[in-house]
Design a protein around this ligand. Structure first.
Ligand SMILES: Cc1cc2nc3c(=O)[nH]c(=O)nc-3n(C[C@H](O)[C@H](O)[C@H](O)COP(=O)(O)OP(=O)(O)OC[C@H]3O[C@@H](n4cnc5c(N)ncnc54)[C@H](O)[C@@H]3O)c2cc1C
Length: 680
């Protein structure tokens, strides 16, 4: 066949498929009707445009600018097959191009307009997740530590170099022996009053800084977290002031040679994110000026005296780590971006892919199978839920940066820990579900699930391991719970706990436990009450268990004895927060048709979660057996309804084509795109 003939046929096929995509109602194969839904045939119409408009963040323009720039530069796009070293160089060029060619300066927004910074990070991450993380290391971790933990002198000296990428840097916290336990770090910074310097030392192999982004190849500086050691006049001779942060130059500004006393090794090939050059750092009596102590929360004078506005090591440590929550906010936000991409690819493919069908009738779309709906529709609903939750988190974080309000700092700390861990865990699992939902074609590298899964996987661990972060959420809830019983007030964000604690103390209402009408089950009040009831119950019961066990096991042992319970509590709380924000977002949506679409996914999110934990509700008769069954049937029906508007719902994410460029996601002509990729 002549090339022209082939392309004519291909074009005709594309047009045919395109038309079937544009007007699915006319040409779609018959849908399988499940028993549960056959009685209700009314199909919801969702105004996709209005929905997109509502979802659109206020920084969409800058995201579009990023996308347009990289779309116009094939030389900056990451090929499917690339070596580690080439990938690292490409990521570096991608970052230089962002700043020096596209003229986008993310660092300027880190402190002053964090929402804009997170929007840039999400867009950059969709070009290549390694690139997003490399940018995060430079601006959020290295740059953020300088401006948040340092004072004016540091800002004046380093801001421009960090901003224009002359000062590439690292954030060197983790050590070989200590990751999550930051207070256990062993690197030391000993003050030498004679030379007015700190001496940075790695006392043993376990204290080698490990996994440090930008260290293996590109970094010139590192913010090194080390124990501050001061000379004293007592018999001990020195005093350990706890972990502080120091700016340590690691490579020569001109020659890029490693500086004397610094040893750098490469952490090598990783499971994903191979465009980021993670390295290990060892220090042998490296001297830095006293000014290099990032001294916002604690300082050392010329004569070696320590001063701080915060009274204890623990308070200083808390304040230091508290300044670093921006990284968690960024990860939660970006993880939702990954979930959007992955759900979009899987759902678009599932709408097109046809397998089997009723006898003598055309094959049906695989999204018409109840099982496929079960895999993907609650996921789509969750994506919406997390979108609104992270928008809320970013708002709170921005407000916190402006006001420094103490209560807000505590709230954002717990909220960012909870959302980061909850969402990244969910996305990591969903990536496997999406791959599987696309069958064998989901396994082709070109269809992206492999790289998305490998690159995203570590989101669960860095910026705080998820299991460890959830414990911080649980600890925070318990603290507030104890305050309540000591007569302290609970803040507005958490006030629902106070309300639902009192309803918890009462027995579940035997009448409402039997209500099973659709209106009742779709009532936000029923849904939110159920979520909050579960949280309050878990909180109350774990508090009692901790009290009981601490008598015999001590605090640490009791905590460990109740650990799974505590993690469930934290997740339950975060789910309540997510639902509350989702309900609010539905209520505030101005367009009735878009609002109806959101209400549908919000109900699915809520009922699916209640059903997932139905044992808990049944155990205490919060729902009677018939009500449990009704919840399940309604959740299945809602999945079916969401399937009918799934196209509009994923389109409303407005992901640019290159982001869902996986051939199986090409809606108009999946196979033509795909066969082309393998060379036909
Ligand atoms: C690709 C990559 C990039 C990184 N970049 C940087 C960087 O630039 N700078 C930097 O400083 N660090 C970086 N890190 C390190 C990262 O922050 C740590 O890996 C992370 O904090 C977890 O520490 P860990 O690896 O020591 O795990 P551990 O703390 O040893 O955790 C191992 C396991 O033990 C469990 N565990 C630990 N403590 C508890 C507990 N109290 N209760 C219950 N379970 C527990 C965890 O849940 C986890 O499953 C990076 C890591 C990677 C892999």
């Amino acid at each position: 066949m002549a090339v022209e003939e082939f392309s004519e046929i291909a074009a005709a096929r594309r047009i045919q498929r395109l038309s079937s995509h544009i007007s699915p109602a006319l040409t779609e194969p018959p849908q399988l009707q499940t028993e549960a839904c056959s009685s209700r045939s009314k199909k919801l119409v969702v105004n996709g445009q209005a929905l997109s408009l509502y979802m659109k963040g206020k920084h969409r323009d800058i995201q579009e600018k990023v996308h347009e720039f990289y779309n116009s530069r094939p030389d900056l796009q990451t090929p499917l097959e690339i070596s580690k070293d080439d990938h690292r160089e490409l990521c570096m060029r991608q970052l230089y191009a962002l700043v020096r060619e596209a003229g986008i300066r993310p660092f300027r927004y880190v402190a002053d307009d964090p929402a804009k910074y997170f929007a840039i990070m999400e867009a950059v991450g969709s070009v290549d997740m390694s690139f997003g993380i490399k940018m995060g290391v430079q601006y959020s971790l290295w740059g953020g530590s300088v401006i948040n933990l340092g004072t004016k002198k540091h800002r004046d000296k380093y801001f421009d170099g960090i901003d224009n990428l002359d000062y590439l840097g690292c954030f060197a916290m983790t050590e070989l022996h200590h990751g999550s336990n930051v207070q256990g770090l062993q690197t030391t910074a000993t003050f030498d009053p004679i030379t007015d310097e700190f001496i940075i030392d790695t006392p043993h192999d376990g204290a080698i800084k490990w996994w440090i982004g930008n260290a293996a190849v590109h970094g010139k500086f590192a913010t090194v977290f080390a124990r501050l050691i001061l000379p004293t006049h007592d018999t001990k001779g020195v005093s350990d002031m706890g972990v502080h942060a120091f700016i340590v130059p690691i490579r020569d500004m001109k020659t890029h040679q490693t500086l004397p006393g610094v040893e750098i090794q490469d952490c090598g090939q990783k499971v994903g994110l191979n465009g980021v050059d993670n390295g290990a750092l060892r220090f042998r009596s490296v001297r830095i000026p006293r000014d290099n102590l990032l001294n916002r929360f604690g300082d050392v004078s010329r004569d070696g005296k320590y001063t701080s506005s915060l009274p204890t090591i623990n308070k200083r440590f808390g304040a230091t780590l508290g300044e670093l929550v921006g990284g968690r906010v960024a990860l939660a936000y970006s993880s939702v971006g990954v979930l959007k991409v992955s759900a979009t690819i899987a759902i678009r493919y599932s709408l097109l892919r046809q397998q089997f069908g009723p006898p003598k009738q055309p094959e049906v779309s695989i999204l018409d199978y109840q099982s496929q709906q079960h895999k993907l529709m609650p996921m789509l609903a969750s994506t919406y839920a997390y979108h609104f939750a992270t928008v809320y988190l970013v708002e709170k974080y921005s407000e916190m940066k402006k006001t420094n309000d103490e209560q807000l700092v505590a709230d954002v700390h717990a909220l960012s820990a909870g959302l980061k861990s909850y969402i990244t865990s969910y996305t990591a699992k969903s990536l496997s579900v999406c791959r599987e939902a696309c069958g064998g074609h989901g396994y082709a590298a070109v269809n992206r699930f492999g790289s998305l899964r490998n690159d995203h996987d570590i989101f669960q661990t860095f910026e705080g391991d998820n299991t460890v972060l959830l414990q911080q959420v649980a600890a925070d809830l318990l603290k507030r719970y104890q305050e309540k019983f000591r007569g302290g007030t609970l803040t507005v964000t958490w006030s629902y706990l106070r309300e639902s604690m009192s309803s918890y103390l009462a027995q579940p209402n035997p009448v409402t436990a039997r209500w099973e009408g659709e209106d009742h089950l779709r009532d936000p009040k029923f849904q939110l009450d159920a979520f909050r009831y579960r949280t309050s119950r878990l909180l109350q019961s774990v508090a009692m268990r901790l009290k009981k066990h601490s008598k015999t096991l001590g605090t640490f042992g009791a905590w460990n004895r109740c650990l799974n319970h505590l993690l469930t509590l934290a997740e339950s709380h975060i789910e309540s927060v997510i639902l509350a924000k989702f309900i609010e977002a539905v209520r505030n949506c101005p367009d009735p048709s878009a609002r109806a679409g959101l209400k549908l996914v919000c109900d699915l999110y809520a009922l699916d979660r209640i059903w997932n934990d139905i044992g808990t509700y049944r155990n205490v008769d919060y729902v009677a057996p018939n009500k449990a069954k009704a919840i399940h049937k309604l959740a299945e029906y809602l999945s079916f309804q969401v399937r009918n508007v799934a196209k509009e719902l994923v389109d409303a994410f407005e992901l640019p084509d290159h982001v869902t460029r996986a051939p199986i996601a090409m809606q108009a002509d999946a196979y033509a795109q795909y066969t082309h990729v393998v060379g036909f």
